[in-house]
Design a protein around this ligand. Structure first.
Ligand code: SF4
Length: 483
């Protein structure tokens, strides 16, 4: 039991990813492209996935708990044939009701069948849901996305795009949505642009009369399906792709942009472009900024794999200290394992990471990671590195201390579990057992991620200052409904 808790702590002592969405318009194998897109977005959510396709007349769906590769067999995909498709991969807190909340959500409305897939979190979902329930709406799930679906279905507007715009004006928070009717695909971002959503294009195949239009949370999905990045869906924009072509409208007044800076620090893949900027560039810059802000005399720069790797490359390049893979990650660790009868210290961490003694022995090590959430894992990793003979361990974190939870679609622990909300940097250093500890400054973070006239970021989890009104959903809703 104790070892299992130790292992679970290792896997949970990170911010949880959120969701990934993908949409395909006009391709003879749309369901397969959606499937491949979800593969590329698997890092954004590993607990459930779903695909809905349209053959022009009807929507067909399949959703299940688990990983994309396990859920969608040849047989399942053959039942999802269509030329339009939506896909969703989701992180949620595991629980019996989780499949109920898997997406895309499909509903029949007086405007026809609609499928919706959502990345983000609404901050006024409880309030709007209460109002709708008092008016007689019956909810099938406890997901905030269903609020949007009901608002669309109840809208008095006559066309689907107008009904969507009407619904979206009534919700607040983070939403990058892809939606589908039997003959159209819709893509939307909230007016602050919290979560990414990009549009791409695949040139028409021989015999096809039009290009395929695709949308995805991250552009790494485009690379896998051979799509070219066209542009981002803009904050507050509703893009409609149908037989008439591509149209676009801004359904709400522009709000100050608050794109999630943590997408660049941790969530998005380094080979993606999010908010119009290459993640690799930002992440390497984070390392360079850290090296300038918090230099230290050392022999090697070692990343905590995988998320610390790119920042460590930047730190090494700027400082001139050699980069080494001093920690090797076992990528094949599952949730079940046989524990030794003699308890091994830090067994859970050792299952996943192993220090390379020949690189670390007698060395002064700069250890690079992207965050410290509860501090328990960092403490174990520092102990591992020392156990492999390192003389000194200097920890560098590629963002400021995380002091507040996220309400915009990232599963963070509550404030009392965030170590930086409760301890000073010196107290954290002492707790994790490092010789020195430094976080990147907020200014350094924003500079590294290119904040300027083109883009401005949300950094509320580092400042506690939120860009929207916040109702503390943690106190009202079970964690399973948050994305
Ligand atoms: Fe991103 Fe943090 Fe803002 Fe949440 S609070 S959207 S994790 S920057």
């Amino acid at each position: 039991m104790e070892l299992e808790a130790d292992f679970n702590m290792l896997t949970s002592d990170k911010f949880r990813d959120e969701c990934g969405v993908v949409a395909v318009f006009a391709h003879p194998e749309a369901e397969k492209l959606a499937y491949l897109g979800l593969h590329a977005l698997q890092h954004r959510g590993q607990e459930s996935a779903g695909i809905v396709s349209s053959d022009g007349l009807n929507l067909h769906q399949h959703k299940a708990m688990g990983l994309v590769a396990d859920i969608f067999t040849e047989d399942v995909l053959s039942r999802l044939r269509g030329s339009l498709a939506l896909g969703h991969t989701r992180y949620s807190t595991a629980g019996d009701s989780a499949l109920l909340n898997a997406q895309p959500i499909v509903v029949q409305s007086n405007k026809g069948a609609i499928a919706v897939a959502h990345n983000g979190n609404l901050v006024n979902a409880v309030e709007v849901r209460g109002r709708l329930e008092r008016q007689g709406s019956i909810f099938q799930t406890n997901s905030d996305t269903e609020v949007i679906v009901h608002l669309i279905a109840l809208s008095k507007e006559h066309t689907l795009p107008e009904a969507m715009a009407d619904a979206l004006r009534q919700v607040e928070g983070a939403f990058s949505l892809v939606m589908m009717s039997t003959d159209r695909v819709f893509a939307v971002r909230d007016p602050r642009g919290f979560r990414p959503l990009a549009m791409g294009r695949i040139p028409a195949l021989e015999g096809q009369t039009r290009d395929t239009v695709v949308f995805a949370s991250e552009t790494c999905a485009f690379d896998l399906i051979g799509a070219d990045y066209v542009r981002d869906v803009k904050p507050g924009e509703l893009v409609v792709v149908g037989p008439e072509g591509i149209t676009s409208q801004f359904y709400a007044k522009a709000a100050p942009q608050s794109s999630c800076i943590f997408e660049h620090v941790y969530f998005s893949r380094p080979d993606s472009r999010v908010f119009g900027r290459a993640v690799q560039t930002s992440r390497e810059e984070l390392g360079r900024e850290m090296a300038r802000e918090s230099p230290v005399e050392a022999d090697v720069v070692v990343p905590v794999p995988d998320s610390g790797v790119t920042a460590a490359v930047g730190y090494a390049a700027e400082s001139g200290i050699p980069f080494r893979f001093g920690l090797i990650r076992n990528h094949y660790v599952g949730r079940t394992f046989i524990e030794p009868s003699q308890s091994v210290r830090d067994f859970g961490v050792k299952l996943k990471l192993n220090p390379v003694r020949s690189l670390l022995e007698g060395k002064r090590v700069v250890l690079i990671d992207d965050s410290i959430v509860r501090g328990t894992t960092s403490r174990k990793i520092v102990r591992l590195i020392r156990g492999a003979g390192a003389k000194e361990v200097h920890m560098r974190i590629s963002c400021p201390p995380t002091i507040s939870p996220c309400y915009y679609g990232v599963d963070t622990p509550s404030k009392n579990q965030l170590i930086a909300a409760n301890k000073s940097v010196e107290e954290i250093r002492e707790y994790i057992g490092a010789d020195s500890l430094a976080y990147l400054s907020l200014e350094g973070l924003k500079r590294a991620c290119g904040e300027g006239p083109q883009i401005s970021y949300c950094s509320a989890c580092y400042t506690g200052s939120y860009p929207t009104n916040i109702v503390d959903v943690e106190e009202i809703l079970p964690a399973a409904v948050r994305r």
